[in-house]
Design a protein around this ligand. Structure first.
Ligand code: G
Ligand code: G
Ligand code: NA
Ligand code: MN
Length: 253
């Protein structure tokens, strides 16, 4: 109850912010995109992580308002970077509850138009369970989103309850290899084998593949060897405020 009340206030009193984590091309080394991650700084209790407040937002219905705010803030920030000459994509996490809302595509279209952002630069991150929920509503919503021209990524790929058939059914654009596999890349040969297999599946379907949670040069090396397209992780940069991202982009280009 504290969290729910607090979150309601946070939404109206601007205690929420977005951090952005760079995504790097393993071929060119350039930053090709960023993922937006919600942050909540509570005046008395300090930082409250999204692992705690996203579930509360989902259970209370506040996720609709929160999700709309994240989407708008992220798109407006992305167009600012474009105007500075950095043509990067913006990744936004979408909850299963947003995906089940028939008015979600309209919200996305309106937000893109207001920001003046080309839909091809918005990547919506869904989890496998989002797609496996398999309700008629979410399937229709996803189809409408695709027709707007936005990109769809499967987040935490390989950890969910998955059926690979959704990869063809839903015209997904990118797979994000979950960081639990990357973390075990050196200690467990099966983790490396799974990574190799995910990259092969993705590429054979014409999808790009990004690995999450890269922390060391050795992990990067293994991913490059398996021809992974892009990477995201502390090895490159932590999630950070927009101003720091701008500095990072300028230094790297
Ligand atoms: O940033 P961090 O690693 O603490 O994020 C923890 C979890 O919270 C991740 O699974 C991430 O996907 C989720 N998360 C962060 N921001 C958002 C958001 O804006 N919307 C949704 N639905 N999930 C988010
Ligand atoms: O579930 P999702 O993939 O959206 O979660 C992304 C989260 O992963 C972010 O909250 C971010 O803080 C975290 N993260 C990003 N890079 C790394 C990393 O290199 N190591 C670890 N341990 N966490 C990371
Ligand atoms: Na994500
Ligand atoms: Mn993930």
């Amino acid at each position: 109850i504290f969290l729910e009340e607090g979150l309601r206030q946070a939404l109206s009193q601007q205690e929420l912010s977005l951090h952005y984590q760079p995504q790097v091309s393993l071929e060119s080394g350039e930053v090709v995109g960023v993922e937006a991650l919600a942050r909540w700084f509570h005046a008395e209790r300090g930082n409250i992580g999204p692992d705690r407040f996203i579930p509360v937002a989902e259970q209370s219905g506040l996720i609709r308002e929160l999700g709309a705010w994240v989407l708008r803030t992220a798109c407006l920030q992305c167009i600012k970077w474009h105007r500075l000459g950095h043509r990067i994509t913006i990744g936004v996490n979408v909850s299963i509850i947003q995906l089940a809302d028939p008015s979600f595509p309209t919200l996305v279209a309106k937000t893109l138009a207001e920001a003046g952002l080309d839909p091809a630069y918005l990547e919506l991150e869904l989890t496998e369970s989002c797609l496996m929920g398999n309700t008629t509503d979410s399937a229709a919503v996803l189809k409408e989103l695709k027709s707007l021209g936005v990109k769809i990524a499967i987040d935490d790929f390989g950890t969910g309850y998955s059926s690979l058939s959704y990869l063809k059914d839903f015209a997904v654009d990118r797979l994000k290899i979950d960081r639990s596999f990357v973390r075990e890349i050196t200690s467990r040969s099966d983790a490396a084998a799974i990574i190799k297999a995910i990259i092969a599946i993705g590429h054979s379907l014409g999808l790009r593949v990004i690995a999450e949670g890269i922390e060391t040069a050795h992990e990067e090396e293994v991913l490059v060897r398996h021809r992974c397209d892009d990477a995201q992780g502390y090895f490159y940069a932590k999630p950070m405020p927009a101003a720091e991202v701008e500095r990072f982009l300028t230094e790297r280009s």
